[in-house]
Write a protein that binds this ligand. Sequence first.
Ligand SMILES: O=C(O)CCC(=O)C(=O)O
Length: 256
Amino acid sequence: METIANLVDEILDGKGYALIPDVLSVAQAAEVRSLIIKLADLERQTGKLFVHDQKERVYGLIYKGEIFEQIVQHPALMPVLEAILGDDMHLGDLSAHILHPGAVSMGTHVDYPYWAMKPPFPANPVMVLQTIWMLEDFTEANGATLIAPGTQRTGLPPDPSNFAETAEKITGKAGSVVISHGLCWHDTAPNLSLQPRVAILGNYNPKFIHPIQDPMRDMQQAVIDRASPKLKQLLGMEFQAALFNTIKRIRTQGWD
Ligand SMILES: O=C(O)CCC(=O)C(=O)O
């Protein structure tokens, strides 16, 4: 098993990503996958699902099943994420990404907030790490993530021809998780199989980065009420609490 220090080195100074196997058992991965398929069906019916060509996203996962509350703060990943982003990091987003049969590549990119910034991108501090949860085997054919190793060190936006020559297809067993540096150029491969490829994507940022998704999207009070201190921190509750207190003060005392 890789040590935390080795994983951190690989992400910062090596390939820019690391694969951690067996974070979920194959049976657990299958259970989570079928929950996501159900959620997507439900959101498709209610017009909530985000659909782009053959690709779908379910957002606000934190509030859509207790398993996601565990996934987002999984002990196999937290030490690596925190070693890079700080133990006061925030969640930028936890969503599901479904690539249906026939889905084409999403497009080579770096992750938010880098794509919203002017290059060259600063090497420090690291502004986003992405976790990619394989809920089934990622294979040569079914739309595995493509990553161009070492490109986090360029500090530049993707160069399509360089990416086409150097990108690696990240295959792995259901239940594995990839942690990737948001500056690493990446994409999805086309899904040439007959089954949807389902993944969970977690994006984590240092606390000073505005999250790409509202952490209160689809909020369920019960989740907040039972949240661990770590989950509260991931959801930026220290800021939410400050906001609630300010609103309460303004309501009772006015603006002065
Ligand atoms: O679904 C994947 O394999 C990767 C998706 C991705 O890179 C993204 O949403 O930023």
